[in-house]
Ligand binder design. Structure first.
Ligand code: ATP
Length: 230
């Protein structure tokens, strides 16, 4: 079998301790997300969406199954190799932008490259280019307190793309925004997914965003299914 260049979960089961027994958060979940496509994940509260993102992010090791990131088997790697894989190939966008109050937009992005030890000049050029792509070219020198919620989320997304991740994992990025601003963020994510070639997984509660996805899957009690009508 050829390794998938995007993200692939195969028969992933994840359990948590629960009293005397175990709670099954993910039950033999299989999902393939090809490069340059966006898969939306919906499902009720407690159905396993965050657990799925944590496994895909290689932050949680499943009890069973395979997690392939850009063709590498993440479960089989040693912890240090897995951390390197995460740093180099995975971008994560959390619900809260978590921007640093004292840094300008361009610095929020540059700091990522600084941590990775790259050239400062190249990082600045890439940061400015990404801010332009998310529609914030004129805000590069602004600090977060001068930005709207939607603009902060755009910086958050641009920051996650700094190291050109193969896999982009996005957790409820529109939770704090009204529907219209949320829709603009999801449209942007779909566009950046196509132009960057990332394999993107978007967890969302808002079914109004689903038409922007290439595919929608639903988690029910830890089991994945493709809804007949999204
Ligand atoms: N660290 C943990 N320890 C024990 N049980 C957990 C842990 N994290 C999650 N769970 C349980 O696993 C199941 C799946 O949780 P998960 O957070 O993945 O769901 P979710 O779909 O993201 O929910 P929500 O939409 O409310 O964020 C739930 O029953 C939850 O209570």
């Amino acid at each position: 079998m050829h390794p998938s260049p995007g993200l692939e979960l195969a028969d992933v089961t994840l359990t948590y301790p629960d009293g005397d027994g175990r709670l099954t958060a993910l039950d033999r979940v299989s999902l393939a997300v090809p490069p340059g496509t966006l898969t939306a994940v919906v499902g009720p509260s407690g159905s396993g969406k965050s657990s799925l993102l944590a496994v895909a992010a290689t932050l949680t090791t499943p009890d069973a199954g395979r997690v392939s990131i850009a063709g590498l088997d993440a479960v089989a790697l040693r912890p240090a190799e897995r951390a390197r894989l995460r740093r180099n190939t995975i971008g994560i966008v959390f619900q809260q932008p978590n921007l640093l109050a004292s840094l300008t937009c361009v610095e929020q992005l540059q700091v990522m490259a600084h941590l990775a030890g790259g050239s400062a000049r190249k990082a600045r050029a890439r940061a400015l280019e990404l801010l332009d792509r998310v529609g914030l070219a004129d805000r590069a020198q602004h600090r977060p307190h001068r930005l709207s919620g939607g603009q902060r989320q755009r910086v958050n997304i641009a920051r996650a793309l700094m190291h050109e991740p193969s896999v982009l994992l996005v957790d409820e990025p529109t939770g704090a925004l009204d529907h219209e601003r949320g829709a603009a963020i999801v449209t942007l994510l779909a566009e950046l997914t196509r132009t960057s070639g990332a394999a993107t997984v978007l967890v969302t509660h808002d079914r109004g965003h689903l038409p922007h996805a290439d595919r929608t899957v639903e988690l029910i009690d830890g089991r994945l299914r493709t809804p007949a009508a999204a």
